[in-house]
Design a binder for this molecule. Structure first.
Ligand code: ADP
Ligand code: ADP
Length: 216
């Protein structure tokens, strides 16, 4: 049976950081909707151009565009055994679409770790986040610094600060999360797959809690 894990939580909770740990442990692809959008923006594709206007304002990209993008990603063979989903779904419409897609593979959402942290912590984390140009590896200037300033430890590519991590946009993204994504907490609770994880702890501790929730 394939295994699909959806990481839920506000921007800065640590979804991307933990998704990379889980992807390695379970040997599953890390499917990050934000990374796919950023890759498309970098390559100036039609999808990238469409997404840019929303992302720069901290708004969600429309559901139909996002769902089609994920459908395309899931059509690749590496997702047949499952995936670690990070940043998708972000609305109930997306969650319904995901359910339908997975049914096509004989799968379903197995577990939804919901990672939480206080708003002040989220803001501090996003303000100091450095992202790697080549593969989206994630660092923090204070909480998870790279060995060499501005250089990714894993692939030596340049680290940059995302435009949408500036203070004004961050606050708006947190509001958008509350309004549009937080309803997924009860959506998945009702389906009996939600696992609450305290994200306000050192990275290794959060990983250990996740492993426990996944009975690994
Ligand atoms: P999300 O994908 O939920 O937006 P990230 O994984 O990108 O979150 O993490 C946001 C920032 O916080 C990054 O700079 C990351 O290095 C840092 N970070 C992630 N988890 C923790 C943690 N448990 N403690 C401190 N900093 C963290
Ligand atoms: P973070 O991890 O900080 O929450 P992401 O990298 O997941 O940020 O997403 C960055 C931006 O990409 C979002 O603010 C939004 O504009 C867009 N985006 C990512 N995933 C989705 C999605 N599932 N639906 C709509 N927009 C999305």
């Amino acid at each position: 049976m394939p295994t699909y894990i959806v990481l839920l939580g506000p921007p800065g909770a640590g979804k991307g950081t933990q998704a990379k740990v889980l992807a390695e442990k379970f040997d599953l692809p890390h499917v990050s909707s934000g990374d796919i959008f950023r890759e498309n923006m970098k390559n100036d594709t039609e999808l990238g151009k469409q997404a840019q206007a929303y992302i720069s304002k901290g708004e969600l990209v429309p559901d139909d565009v996002t769902i089609e993008m994920i459908r395309e990603r899931f059509s690749r063979s590496d997702c047949k055994n499952g995936a670690i989903l990070d940043g998708f779904p972000r609305t109930p419409v997306q969650a319904d679409a995901l359910e339908q897609m997975l049914r096509g593979f004989g799968g379903r959402v197995n577990l939804v770790p919901y990672i939480t942290a206080p708003v002040q912590v989220l803001i501090e984390r996003l303000a100091g986040r450095w992202t790697c140009r080549a593969n989206g590896h994630i660092f923090h200037e204070q909480f998870n610094p790279p060995e060499k300033n501005g250089i990714c430890d894993l692939d030596q590519s340049e680290l940059y600060q995302r435009d949408d991590d500036k203070a004004e946009t961050v606050l708006h993204r947190i509001e958008v999360y509350q309004a549009q994504t937080a309803p997924l907490i009860s959506y998945y609770k009702d389906r009996g797959v939600l696992a609450e994880i305290n994200g306000f702890a050192p990275i290794e501790e959060v990983s250990a809690d996740l492993m426990f929730a996944l009975k690994y």
